[in-house]
Design a protein around this ligand. Sequence first.
Ligand code: SAH
Length: 626
Amino acid sequence: MSQSLFEPFQPLVAIATTPQAATTLQPICQLTGAILWVPETLADQANVQVYSGSLRDHLATLWPQHRGFIFGLATGAVVRLIAPLLEHKSQDPAVLVVEEQGQSVISLCSGHLGHADQLTRLIASQIGATSIITGTSTRSQLPSLDLLGQPFGWQRGAGDWNQVSGAIARQQSVAVVQESGSKLWQAHLPAEHPFVFADPPGDAPQVCITHRAAASDLPIVRWHPRVLWVGIGCERGTSRALIEQGIEQVFREFGLAMDAIASITTLDLKADEAGLLELCQDRNWPLQCFAPEVLRGVEVPTPSEIVAAEVGTPSVAEAAALYAAQVQAGSLEAESLKAEPATLIVPKQIIRNAEEAGAATVAIALSPLEFTGRQGRLYLVGTGPGSLDQMTPAAQTAIVQADAVIGYSLYMDLVQSRLRPGQMIETYPITQERQRAQRAIALANWGLTVAMISSGDAGIYGMAGLVLEELELQNWDGRAPAVEIFPGVSALQAAASRVGTPLMHDFCAISLSDRLTPWEVIEKRLQAAAAADFVTALYNPRSQLRVEQLTIAQTIMLEHRDPNTPVAVVRSAYREDEATQLTTLGQLHTVTVDMLTTVLIGNGSTHTYQNWMITPRGYLNSPQAS
Ligand code: SAH
């Protein structure tokens, strides 16, 4: 079960009032980790929780404790049940309805902010149902305005969200002014979109992506990327209130948005400063503390010799803010030197309050790369041999759930129908595997959910291994980013299924590509496989530049096997241009083989019957056979 796909939606609950609905919801609950509630009449069902009394009363108790509700009831009944509980779309949980037979999943309420649309897509993808999503942005392939900054952890600021969303739905132009945060989303818009990247924006409805706070009479919505690192210095014992007041005052004075705060930064000496700790905890701000040796090296506008003498660095607030912002700036680049520099936008301000002791210093640095505050995930997904129906539902769901999907362009075409609006799709040419792996890891380290796709199985001559090796090189702690591997049908299984049961006994796979493996090693393995009578699947049997390897493989096999040994040559299994040929080891050189082909060489007992290739398992020779 790939429950981690559903982690972001927890806690989830499901409700069924008929035996059929309970049967339909059971596998969905297993899949998603939702608890299934049923009335006393269905108490004999396994794995359920039973409520007594009215569903309306029970729902009122469940409502505030859950982020999503999956109903196996008629939509009308659900609408009446939830009506008294709904408050506002920014607060209400996701509400879904699953049709009694499980044919369709309906996103009923809180589609965007409550993530009901996405949960609907995922469940439908997992159970092979139709998803019914009625929001307008879904039709136009646009990311919804409400969720635009979600992958990057942006905070929704003030604004007239209904009016700007309405303008987008009516296909009016909407100006975008982006002063901070990643512009990655801009590169992944559909060809037809309403956004005009104009500056000045005029008086059209506007999306403003900024770390600033400003009032406006125009129809504007604000997203705040978390790009501000707030450096704090303070005297021992300074109160939480004074530090908070200081930060608020500086933000007001400089016209900055508190929602754009990424983190509070300071000297490690302050790691136990009670007021500061309390403030960070209450406001949910991460606290980063640095050693004086680190801060000493940062060039700042207002160093102080007195401070240096006291704590070992001439700057605390300015240096800590700048340092942390710069580390963040470099975190997406393979070589952090390439990153744009962070800038100190507020030099140190000293805040005192006549009525109490203590003092705080506040400085603010702006990083070109935002803090997402999200737990990154890496899904290593095997997409199977080609057609979508050969991809596991879990693999399809992983792709739907990802913020970014990375893979070869050919494979991206194969999963096109699984991609959803607002996803970042990055394709790389063949041979740039390492860059691709590093990019996937960097995006996941940044906090994104990244699906790295490989054809067949990602762990068989695919990208999964390289990604794990790169993580190892980067001293990955095994937890962040979280890694999950989604198996796929590998070429050898796909090819075998087209010709019979050639892999019915012990078999091995050998890639004939010597791009990453010395030819001597390949030859040695061919020898061993041939001698040990393994059924042998040859991957990468030939490229335009490499033509002789298959002939050598054939010669080696012929040293141990009969020329009449059946061989299957399967090209593009489960793709449009699929071609299958059964031949023999002796005739293999007469058949067209290319890089899209898998060659299956039978063992000493493989034979053909009515155009099927059969490798006996041994049942017919066993003593039980009669
Ligand atoms: N990870 C993949 C293998 C990638 S190596 C998997 O598990 O299937 C690439 C090789 O796989 C190709 O050279 C070819 O030998 C084989 N291959 C991939 N897709 C195939 C398909 N649809 N039909 C036949 N062979 C295929």
